[in-house]
Design a binder for this molecule. Structure first.
Ligand code: ADP
Ligand code: MG
Length: 662
């Protein structure tokens, strides 16, 4: 068969592996063993699902064979195997998240500092699960012989690196996969040259398995050479002689070597080991290899519950959103084990949607092995577990917030939207679980604060939690209402995410303090009675002008009024009736809600010179120019509110008239 080319991006990754000067090349073994273990897991589910009783879990094995003469190391498994098509798509392309993320990170680093890309390679290879291609860090030729479960035909995939690969029919008696690595020549000349031969040494292989793959729950076996005292046929006869002559000199026993199949890993799952015996790095490594992340988790939760449903859980809060987090490909869920045996890869019922970012596993003795016949009772078990897990996760997040503020803010940057979404969904049913976990930007602290922190600083006479929606912090900061509120010393929460205002409205209040938008037209908490009275009079005084302006603007505004809260701005737009401008924008993005409009109120600053000019022009009877001013001021307010102008050409005409004064 003709040689096939690797996909372009795979080729790049492969090239990096081949030419890698990374010092921990030994991780290739971890990667290949973990693939073998995955293949065994997959076969096990398949057999459970199809009810194939011919498959015995106790037969599952990963086997290492080192052949010093041929300089090959073979990793074999009797897992699910691959068809020719699967070899093509799994080994010819980067499909998996770890490799993809790795490549993206490489490109980023290389882009930043292209001269020094080689040393960057070494920094980050260790952080990623680089997968199958890591074989090429130690081998110059790799063959994969595989027979898929349910198929009679085996195939062999072969490659010597970037120039491509071939796939051809092959012979293989049993289902499973053999990966043969033809190790590179040792680098003798250089001082730090890599010694690839060590990967043929039984002690070294045994050490590497213990170091990286000890918890793999299938036996990883290897034939090892051992020595023992030679059993001498004549020994018994000599024994009788010994009786006769006890002083006869003892010979050192003669030794012989023999071969024995040894299981190299303890197979003890990490979550079954005593807590005190597991180092943080071990959890991190476990997380990275098992859940395909290239960064350490932000938090590790390990818990054991005895009761109606007894279980052990090992959970991880990732430090960043997975690349597919916001796509429909993303699947939430935890691995489900029954007494150490994985029975489900993604049990989605164990996690509420708002904690969908949590990774990990639950191991319970109360669950039956057979997931294809889920009984009601099992569902109840899962529900019980889910309920207590939710509390655990919540508590862990609270601890995170308390113990590591910076880390929590980073976490919130990644997953905060999901928590907020959780408050909003199901008609606010979960707001009590989530509302003390969310953060908002504070106008006075100039950083993210919790609602508890906000409340703790409220003055006695402050009834509400104030907020202002807008596109960005800078834009909100420039809103006249916000400026005025800040001048009076009010702390305002800036809601910059689309979902924020919906969330705040769904909450309604937090610990009996209601939320209040300072962008609503009836916001007047910071006005004294005197000020209110004076405003009323002013509005009366300018009644005719305001009516003329309303007629000029027509339906574009609901109301025009003089307001005492604009600071040094001449005009501002506020909303009325519950739908803010930000909500208007968000709702209109949804296909169902076209044409939603917030009611607009144009507020004018009576103390501003612009108002004087407007009043004078109107009093002088120049209605044309009063109309020009009105439209321009309205559009100015529209822009300030982050909305778009409906008719830019008309604004252009008005500007021209303004400049020409006619
Ligand atoms: P990942 O394991 O993260 O998916 P890898 O690069 O390690 O990525 O492996 C790529 C794919 O090749 C796997 O997803 C799997 O489909 C297939 N594969 C690798 N090794 C084996 C194996 N021993 N048995 C069956 N399939 C395998
Ligand atoms: Mg892998």
């Amino acid at each position: 068969m003709a040689k096939k080319e690797f996909k372009a991006e795979s080729k790049k990754l492969l090239d990096m592996m081949i030419n890698s000067i990374y010092t921990h090349k030994e991780i290739f073994l971890r990667e290949l063993i973990s693939n073998a273990s995955d293949a065994l897991d997959k076969l096990y589910y398949k057999s459970l699902q199809s009810g194939d009783t011919g498959i015995q879990r106790s037969d599952f094995k990963i086997h290492l064979t080192a052949d010093k003469d041929a300089r090959t190391l073979t990793i074999s498994d009797n897992g699910i195997g691959m068809t020719a098509e699967e070899m093509e798509s799994n080994l010819g392309t980067i499909a998996q998240s770890g490799s993809l993320a790795f490549k993206q990170e490489m490109q980023k680093k290389n882009g930043e500092n292209s001269e020094d890309s080689a040393s960057n390679d070494t920094d980050i290879i260790g952080q990623f699960g680089v997968g199958f291609y890591s074989a090429f860090m130690v081998a110059d030729h790799v063959t994969v012989t595989s027979r898929a479960y349910g198929s009679d035909q085996a195939n062999i995939w072969e490659s010597s690196g970037t120039d491509g690969y071939t796939i051809e029919p092959a012979e293989k008696d049993e289902v499973g996969t053999d990966i043969v690595l033809h190790l590179k020549e040792d680098e003798k000349d250089t001082e730090n040259g890599e010694n690839y031969s060590r990967f043929l040494d039984q002690y070294e292989l045994s050490r590497l398995v213990k170091k990286y793959s000890d918890y793999i729950h299938y036996p990883i076996q290897m034939m090892v050479s051992k020595t023992r005292p030679k059993k001498d046929e004549s020994a018994e006869a000599e024994n009788t002689d010994a009786k006769e002559d006890e002083n006869k000199e003892k010979k050192p026993p003669e030794m012989e070597t023999y071969q024995e199949l040894e299981t190299l890993n303890s197979m003890e799952p990490i979550w079954k080991r005593p807590k005190s015996k597991v180092k943080p790095e071990e959890y991190n490594d476990y997380y990275k290899t098992k859940f395909g992340d290239y960064q350490n988790p932000a938090r590790v939760i390990r818990t054991q519950v005895e009761g109606v449903s007894s279980y052990t859980a090992l959970l991880f809060i990732p430090s960043h959103t997975p690349f597919n987090y916001y796509t429909t490909d993303f699947e939430k869920g935890l691995q489900l084990y029954s007494s150490g045996v994985m029975i489900m890869e993604k049990c989605k019922d164990l996690l509420p949607d708002y904690f969908n970012f949590v990774e990990g596993l639950v191991d319970s003795e109360d669950l039956s092995l057979n997931i294809s016949r889920e009984t009601l009772q099992q569902n109840r078990q899962v529900k019980n577990i889910a309920k207590t897990l939710e509390k655990k996760i919540k508590n862990e997040l609270l601890n995170f917030l308390k113990e590591d503020r910076e880390g929590y803010e980073k976490f919130f940057h990644e997953f905060g939207r999901q928590l907020k979404y959780g408050i909003y969904m199901d008609y606010g049913m979960h707001k009590d679980v989530l509302s003390d976990l969310v953060l908002f930007y504070s106008s006075t602290e100039k950083k993210l604060v919790t609602l508890d922190e906000y409340i703790a600083k409220m003055g006695e006479d402050q009834k509400y939690i104030y907020y202002a929606p807008g596109e960005t912090i800078d834009k909100i900061d420039m809103l006249p209402q916000v400026k005025a509120a800040k001048a009076k010393g009010l702390e305002v929460l800036y809601l910059t995410e689309e979902i924020d205002e919906f969330v705040v409205r769904m909450m309604g209040s937090y610990k009996d303090k209601a939320f209040r938008s300072i962008s609503e037209e009836d916001f007047s908490e910071n006005e004294s009675e005197d000020e209110k009275k004076k405003l009323e009079e002013l509005n009366k005084e300018h009644e005719d002008l305001l009516k003329f302006m309303k007629d000029t603007l027509g339906d574009q505004v609901t109301e025009i009024k003089l307001s005492g809260r604009l600071g040094d701005a001449p005009v501002s737009l506020s909303s009325k009736g519950g739908i803010s401008f930000e909500m208007e924008k968000t709702l209109n993005k949804m296909p169902m809600n076209q044409g939603v409009k917030a009611e607009r109120v144009l507020e004018l600053n009576p103390d501003h010179d612009v108002m004087k000019k407007l009043a004078d022009t109107f009093a002088a009877g120049d209605k044309d120019m009063t109309a020009v001013y009105t439209r321009l001021l309205y559009n100015q307010a529209v822009l300030l509110s982050g909305l778009t102008i409906d008719n830019p050409a008309a604004v252009g005409d008005d500007v021209t008239r303004l400049i020409l004064g006619k």
